[in-house]
Ligand binder design. Structure first.
Ligand SMILES: [Zn+2]
Length: 368
């Protein structure tokens, strides 16, 4: 088993600036200057843990390259790219007022999208069996004409389109396990019958009023968007049930040639931006099921692309567990927080969570 691994130090140099978490620091509003929630640490510490435990020695390093204009324009409008280019010398915002970046960030965003492209190409070409792209900034909220939710470019959507164009991959499934709705990826393929987008997320966290179970695609793409908004408090039990009863059957009906996973780790119990309870153990099991499905359906061709996850202490253990699964590590590194988080009350699936899962489960039959 060989697993590709993308990381670049420049991912940590994307500067979201002085903030008070989500908001610009502003003493007039009582917002003392601090860091932005989306800062380098959670991702940088994933990489450092991967190096420190020796897991990196089991991986095949893949050097990212910048996504080209052509590749970016497979998903985004020329206007969006022009606005990012224009603001690149000074820094600015990717569009929604909540996606700040410093000077030179477009080059880093290109390297993030290009990192996912590189991982996908390596898997499709058979250079590696599967891959993990630890990229930053994240991408799954970015829309064609505007960045949002800390995202400048739609990394996964761009990589999917690039794989179709350069490698002739026909059917792609995107499974988004970030705690927020994968609205950008969904929008990029909303009328596309050959790309299935599935998003598991906490009900109505971000974007506002997005990711309802009723959002199902349009035209020829009807049925090829699947949303599973889960109640706050959903833990390992509910998530594993959701993957078993919705995601795996959907993948089996769709029969993809390639699976991409938008791997956000903000559904963990201590994330500042959501209220879920998935632990490293849960992420490990989710990854096992997705890797297993890819093995059954498409020769194991699966690429995980890093998205959100904002607790710098715990995210590394969640991502490390997923990368171990990809690499087929049989003796996993122990999550030192497992004793704190794995046995919290209501980790098992609750009735109201099962009701949400059942609502999405009913729609799987429409995926042809
Ligand atoms: Zn997120």
């Amino acid at each position: 088993m060989s697993t590709g691994y993308v990381y670049h130090e420049l991912y940590g140099w994307h500067d979201t600036g002085t903030h008070a978490g989500l908001l610009p620091a502003d003493p007039r509003r009582g917002l003392q200057p601090f860091r932005h929630y989306e800062n380098a640490e959670a991702k940088r510490r994933v990489h450092e843990l991967v190096v420190a435990t020796g897991l990196v020695d089991r991986l095949t390093r893949l050097a990212p390259r910048p996504a080209t204009d052509d590749e970016i324009l497979l998903v985004h409008t020329p206007g969006h790219l022009a606005r990012l280019t224009e603001a690149d010398a000074t820094g600015g915002d990717a569009g929604d007022g909540g996606s700040p970046f410093g000077p030179g960030a477009l080059g880093i965003a290109r390297l993030a999208a290009g990192g996912v492209i590189r991982a996908v190409e390596a898997v499709v070409d058979g250079a590696v069996d599967n891959a993990y792209a630890l990229v930053r900034p994240p991408g799954h909220h970015a829309l064609a004409d505007i960045g949002m939710g800390f995202c400048m470019l739609g990394n996964v959507a761009i990589a999917a389109q690039a794989a179709r164009r350069s490698r002739g991959v026909e059917r792609i499934a995107v499974v988004d396990i970030d705690v927020h709705h994968g609205n950008g990826t969904q929008a990029a393929f909303y009328d596309d019958p050959d790309v299935l987008t599935i998003s598991l997320h906490q009900d109505r966290v971000f974007p506002p009023n997005s990711g309802f179970v009723t959002e199902r695609g349009t035209g020829a793409g009807f049925g090829r968007a699947l949303n599973l908004p889960l109640p706050p408090g959903t833990g390992n039990g509910g998530y594993l049930e959701a993957v078993r009863r919705v995601v795996l059957p959907a993948l089996h009906r769709f029969r993809p040639d390639l699976v991409l996973v938008a791997a956000g780790f903000d559904a963990n119990p201590v994330d500042p931006l959501a209220r879920m309870m998935v632990t490293a153990r849960g992420y490990r099991e989710i990854a096992r099921m997705l890797v297993g499905a890819a093995a059954e359906l498409c020769g194991g061709r699966v690429v995980f692309a890093h998205e959100g996850g904002y607790d710098p202490v715990y995210v590394p253990f969640c991502a490390h567990a997923v990368i171990e699964v990809l690499a087929g590590v049989e003796e996993p590194f122990e999550d030192p927080f497992g004793v704190n988080f794995d046995n919290q009350g209501q980790q098992e699936a609750q009735p109201h969570q099962l009701a949400a899962i059942e609502a999405a489960e009913k729609l799987v039959a429409d995926i042809g």
